[in-house]
Design a protein around this ligand. Structure first.
Ligand code: FAD
Length: 334
């Protein structure tokens, strides 16, 4: 068929025929698969072709078996080594690079989480390709859409790299279904890189509330709360009445009203719940960048001109110290 084709055409034909194959980087913590990282699988599904997942850490088999059940994954690469338990990018990046080179993936997807943001640029450097960050849409196998300038502009990026290394915004790609698949589990390459970085300890905020990034409802408080005592007095009861996670603006976090892990926005978490209810938050663009994709936005602010009302579906102009407890009581009475 190709006997009359010039060589360059032949190369192009064979390049086009090359099968698409994606690697989804799956996060685990203490032997539990992090379901938020399954948005990487959903992104890979949009590309088409085969999908492989990778998990690494000590006693990794149960995690690999859980990952094998994720719908849409054909193969799980597991690497059993305690060195990968805490996801240190210094050794995780060479691990990924070695397995990507061995299997010849065309695409690699990871969540745009702290782990993904920390590790993927190093993988990109090791493979000498460009990383494509925080995508919200896939237009084709080489074209991706991502927000820039805190969501004020949307950039369409076309990549000519032979391996596309992509981090995925979790709020734009729902997590793949955790059940229904039956992938084969294989052992991956372990480069066992010697690193000079040592994991010492971590200090995790514990909470019985829904996880902020994936909660269906979020109640957030801002600088308008004026003190930590008032934040704790006003916001949690409303969150309890709604079964919601608690969020905060950066001003509230910087003022010590709320823990850093609760910050919503450009430099905090991205959330897109069914309901985002905020009180005493002005609506700075950096805050909107993290919550404006919420289905329903409700705002309470005493300033009728506050920018939050420009994005709010429901607004209440009034004193939050009066309105929030009133709303909480009404919800509790229901
Ligand atoms: P303010 O802007 O001070 O607003 C307080 C609001 O409370 C006002 O609108 C006021 O009318 C209202 N209020 C006061 N008292 C009452 C009352 N009694 N009843 C009702 N309403 C009342 N911010 C984030 O939130 N998240 C980020 O990730 C983030 N990242 C940033 C990154 C960069 C590089 C920069 C430069 C800034 C970033 N910021 C971020 C900060 C952002 O610009 C704003 O300063 C911050 O969001 C303001 O928080 P706020 O709305 O709580 O406070």
């Amino acid at each position: 068929i190709f006997s009359n084709c010039p060589r360059t055409t032949l190369y192009r034909q064979s390049a086009l025929a090359r099968l698409l194959s994606s690697l989804a980087v799956l996060e685990q913590r203490d032997g539990q698969l992090n379901h938020a990282s399954l948005s990487a699988v959903t992104a890979a599904q949009k590309i088409g072709g085969s999908i492989t997942g990778i998990v690494a850490g000590s006693s990794i088999k149960p995690v690999a078996e859980a990952a094998a059940k994720v719908k849409g994954i054909e193969k799980i690469i597991m690497v059993d080594n305690a060195a990968y338990d805490k996801g240190l990018p210094e050794n995780y990046a060479p691990l990924l690079a070695a397995n990507i080179k061995k299997e010849g993936f065309t695409h690699v997807f990871a969540g745009h989480s702290a782990f993904g943001k920390n590790m993927m640029p190093r993988v990109a450097a090791l493979l000498d390709v460009q990383q494509i960050s925080d995508i919200i849409e896939i237009q084709s196998e080489d074209t991706f859409v991502r927000p820039i300038y805190a969501g004020n502009a949307i950039l369409t990026v076309q990549s000519s790299d032979n391996i596309k290394l992509v981090t995925v915004r979790g709020t734009a790609f729902a997590a793949a279904e955790a059940e229904g698949g039956s992938a084969e589990v294989v052992e991956g390459v372990d480069p066992k890189v010697e690193i000079t970085t040592e994991w010492v300890s971590e200090d995790l905020a514990q909470s019985d509330r829904p996880e902020l990034a994936s909660a269906k409802r979020v109640v957030s408080g801002g600088r308008g709360l004026k003190s930590k005592e008032q934040f704790d007095q006003i916001i949690p009861p409303l969150a309890d009445a709604l079964g919601a996670a608690i969020g905060a603006s950066r001003a509230a976090v910087d003022s010590g009203f709320a823990d850093n892990s609760l910050q919503v926005g450009q430099t905090g978490k991205n959330v897109a719940p069914e309901l985002y209810l905020c009180a005493g938050i002005s609506g700075a663009i950096q805050h909107l960048a993290g919550m404006k994709d919420s289905k329903v936005i409700a705002a309470i602010n005493k300033d009728a001109d506050a920018p939050i009302f420009q994005v709010a579906d429901v607004g209440l102009v009034g004193d939050l110290f009066e309105k929030v407890p009133e709303l909480t009581e009404k919800l509790k009475a229901q």
